[in-house]
Design a protein around this ligand. Structure first.
Ligand code: NAD
Length: 499
């Protein structure tokens, strides 16, 4: 029977009262496994109220105390890893080892947030003038919100709330309505770890919930990760309402394969990064760019059998390379792009559209697809497909291979595979993309660096996590202080200058 999935507000699990719900599927079986409550404006306002009430107390705690909550939270997530990964896979469809990997990548941000006492240390200047010292400190913003996508229901929320809460903010998470159960569990675990009720709230919902966050004056900052049209909307609406906004969008990540690359290594890298998690990753490689026809033929000779041998399976199958797509609707959209690629004149070398999983005929499966001779003017090149579909775009030379990702509307990740340090360095310096891999296909920065793309892949000035995350979730205050107060200079009517 489908379970009811509500909200986590003020430290308590609460049922939805809006009367509106959405289906949550098990993508492996195709069955509806839950009904997620879709919050009304009033329900979201109740969560904001709870968070606002908790803020002064939480902001007043020592960063050391907040770090201890993060340490405990990390321990609890680790203790519950098997349950969380199984739950994640049951709603998302990715294989369990991949779910665990994504939770671990999220926990790395929690580990980073455990260092918050050090990260929040301010600057101090002694004796900037006679008896005057100056110091600056980073203070939390208040109630902040995170709106997250379906493809990383644990990792992306942790990118946001670990840093935000450690900085002393109270957080409202509005997860994807497609896989809401893990984010809810994370909220419960953070409160179990010692965050007071109201510090962390998880409110499920759709546009109505998001619009309430974007317009409510009590929300100070919004962090968004999702598709580009919604990222643009969130950025425009949030900033128009006076909020600090960072909004990460879609992607089309290229992998350049130079003629001197180790072709076997490059083919393996493409298989993992193109088809892992059924291509539902914002850092998935969806375009391979071999340089020169010789390199293209050598690459395809190795790649083709690997794509044909991909093992698709239920998310619980430990031997599967990838599982089903998140919903039937999304699977059909991806298949539609494969149809479109054929119409546009690309060569479909491997066709996974008709794949059905024996024993799971209603699951949202499709096999891996591989296109050759994709051209930059085709829509399958320009748009994000977000499925197990890899396009090969042949480039005549290094310049064209550098120009392709640089001129593309998206600019999230890119990689170059080569044995030549000169071309790697030149490429990394010139390419117009935010995250670059050299012989690394998915260059997702570690938690202590920051994550963010360029162009249509991110809106706003600050990236996710790392030092930029701390800057995003705090505001700086600078204090000029005179001790002893006995030093008198008399009334001054000109701007103070150093005497
Ligand atoms: P999505 O944009 O459909 O949804 C993201 C969030 O926005 C969800 O919480 C959803 O409920 C909400 N939302 C959806 N429609 C809305 C509307 N009309 N108004 C207000 N809110 C709305 O994205 P998705 O399908 O869940 O996730 C996949 C997308 O996320 C892909 O484009 C992928 O590239 C992107 N993504 C980007 C990054 C990154 O860091 N750049 C990371 C992960 C995923």
């Amino acid at each position: 029977m489908a379970k009811d999935i509500g909200h986590f507000i003020g430290g308590k699990s609460v049922a939805g009262t809006s009367g509106r719900t959405g289906d949550v599927f098990n993508p492996t079986t195709g069955e509806v496994s839950g009904q997620v409550a879709l919050a009304s404006k009033l329900e979201m306002e109740a969560a904001i109220e709870n968070a606002a009430a908790a803020f002064p107390g939480w902001a007043g705690t020592s960063p050391v105390a907040r770090a201890r909550v993060m340490f405990k939270f990390k321990q609890l997530v680790e203790e519950n890893m098997d349950e969380l990964a199984a739950l994640l896979s049951s709603e998302h469809g990715k294989i369990i080892a991949d779910s665990k990997g994504s939770i671990i990548r999220g926990l790395e941000v929690v580990e980073f947030a455990c260092g918050i006492p050090h990260l929040l240390k301010g600057d101090f200047s002694d004796s900037v003038s006679s008896g005057i010292d100056m110091y600056s400190m980073r203070q939390p913003l208040g109630v902040v919100a995170g709106i997250t996508p379906f493809n990383f229901p644990a990792m992306v929320p942790m990118w946001m709330f670990a840093v935000a809460v450690a900085c002393g903010n109270c957080f409202i998470l509005k997860p994807s309505e497609k896989d809401p159960s893990v984010p809810l569990r994370l909220g419960e675990l953070l409160v179990e770890a010692g965050a007071p009720p109201g510090v962390m709230n998880v409110v499920n919902g759709d546009k109505e919930a998001v619009d309430t966050l974007l317009t409510d004056p009590r929300i100070q900052a919004i962090s968004f990760v999702g598709s580009t049209p919604i990222a643009q909307y969130v950025y425009a609406t949030g900033t128009a309402n006076g909020k600090r906004v960072q909004a990460m969008g879609g992607a089309k990540n290229h992998m350049i394969v130079m003629p001197d690359a180790d072709m076997e290594q490059a083919a393996d890298a493409l298989i993992g990064s193109g088809y892992g998690s059924a291509g539902e990753r914002c850092m998935a490689v969806s375009v391979a760019v071999p340089v020169g026809d010789e390199a293209a033929d050598a690459l395809l000779e190795r790649l083709l059998p690997k794509v044909e041998a991909l093992k698709v399976g239920p998310s619980t199958d430990p031997d599967a390379d990838f599982g089903p797509l998140v919903t039937a609707q999304h699977r059909d959209k991806v298949k539609g792009y494969v149809d479109l690629g054929i119409e546009e004149g690309a060569d479909l070398l491997v066709d996974g559209r008709d794949f059905t999983m024996q024993g799971y005929e209603n699951g949202f499966f499709m096999g891996g697809c591989l296109f050759d001779n994709v051209k930059p003017e085709m829509r399958i090149y320009q748009e994000e497909i977000f499925g197990p579909v890899l396009s090969v775009v042949r480039a005549p030379d290094f310049e064209e291979a550098t120009r392709l990702p640089s001129d593309h509307a998206f600019g999230n990740g890119v990689a170059i595979f080569t044995r030549d340090g000169d071309s790697a360095r030149d490429f990394a310096n010139r390419v117009q993309v935010g995250m670059v891999g050299v012989n690394v296909p998915i260059p997702v920065p570690m938690a202590f660096h920051t994550f963010g793309g360029w162009k249509q892949s991110a809106f706003g000035d600050t990236n996710q996590h790392g030092p930029e995350g701390v800057r995003f979730y705090t505001k700086i205050k600078t204090v000029t202080s005179r001790w002893p107060t006995g030093i008198r200079s008399g009334a001054e009517f000109t701007i103070p200058t150093l005497k």
